[in-house]
Design a protein around this ligand. Structure first.
Ligand code: AHM
Ligand code: MG
Length: 332
């Protein structure tokens, strides 16, 4: 078993989940089934994205989500796919989604809650740039059989049992953690399965990539502007796709930092704590990196709203330390 486990390729997601079942919270199999359900929805979305230009699934749908953002057809399709896969899977108590105003109660006899951005970076789909799904899993606090309540959902990121993302790109990957390291699985389109390709992923301790929407520089605090100047003066290189999962994934593989700082018009930045930042912060820390809102660890933030936003800095440990030394400096 140990020998088989050490193989870098050849282990399907399904088999890997089984091998690790004893490490899963509770070890009951429910948790493993939920990860398989996520894998199933991801495979369906991957297929749809691969045929994107050939199907009538492009462009806007004419509706807005609760944050006033225009929904793309694929936002809504991906949301439906995940909700259906997770509901049919039968392990979920409730779902919070970027595309839904309220909590979706699925089965009050179940213990797991999932927060989900079904299709992050969806403005990139029309131009075939990589997009992603982000998920974060918690155990409910209230008793089984009762209605799910706000306290169940508004838990700190440090309470996550598992988190991950799917990146739909030139190849597609599912990357997740249950708090025992980070593992990445590459999708084989011909076999229709994810296979372990990136065991025990680690953020390089240091790097030279910085990812930020620099067109917003006039909106950033002086301290952030000074850090960006430092990056330019120290041979750093800017890489930004406008797709968080893509930028995060690149930085985890190559070494880098992603930032969405507070802006004058949006003092809490743009990204959502519950279904974007918490998951990536958990993955990042598990891979040896750091994640902060500029003042404190993302995983220590107490959410007060399902759709709350937070400034977000995440990446290689040394780059984060340097960036935070600028962000927290009092110099004017
Ligand atoms: P979305 O969830 O509506 O797709 O928004 C999140 C996306 C991130 O993927 C990305 O990093 C960021 O928004 C880009 O924002 P901007 O266009 O302001 O740079
Ligand atoms: Mg998003």
């Amino acid at each position: 078993m140990e020998k088989e486990f050490a193989k870098p390729v050849g282990i399907s997601l399904d088999r890997f989940i089984k091998l690790r079942q004893d490490e899963s919270p509770g070890g009951t199999g429910e948790f493993s089934q939920m990860l398989r359900d996520i894998g199933l929805a991801a495979r369906i979305i991957n297929r749809e994205l691969n045929h994107f230009g050939l199907l009538d699934i492009g462009g806007k749908i004419g509706t807005e989500n609760i944050q006033g953002e225009e929904q793309k057809k694929m936002d809504v399709i991906a949301n439906t796919r995940f909700i259906r896969a997770l509901s049919d899977g039968g392990e979920i108590c409730a779902i919070v989604s970027e595309e839904e105003d309220e909590i979706i109660e699925v089965d009050r006899d179940k213990k797991y809650i999932i927060a989900l951005d079904p299709l992050d970076g969806s403005s990139n789909i029309d131009v075939t740039v990589s997009v992603g799904t982000i998920f974060s899993i918690f155990r409910r606090k209230s008793k089984l059989g009762t209605a799910v309540n706000e306290e169940d959902v508004l838990q700190k990121g440090s309470q996550q049992l598992a988190a991950g993302y799917v990146i739909y790109g030139s190849s597609s990957m599912l990357v997740y953690t249950t708090g025992k390291g980070v593992n990445g699985f590459t999708f084989s389109p011909s076999i229709g399965e994810f296979f372990l390709s990136h065991p025990d992923m680690k953020f390089p301790d240091d790097g030279i990539i910085y990812s930020v929407n620099e067109s917003l520089v006039h909106e950033f605090d002086e301290s952030v502007v000074r850090y960006l100047k430092y990056c330019k003066e120290n041979n750093h290189t800017l890489r930004y796709t406008g797709s968080l999962v893509t930028d995060f994934h690149r930085n985890m593989l190559k070494g880098g930092i992603y930032m969405y700082p507070p802006c004058q018009k949006t003092p809490n930045g743009k990204l959502r704590l519950l279904y974007e930042c918490n998951a990536l912060a958990f993955l990042c820390e598990q891979a040896g990196g750091k994640a902060s809102d500029g003042k404190q660890r993302i995983l220590d933030l107490q959410p007060t709203d399902f759709h709350q936003r937070t400034p977000f800095y995440v990446g290689s440990a040394k780059m984060m330390t340097k960036a935070m030394s600028f962000v927290n400096s009092k110099e004017k």
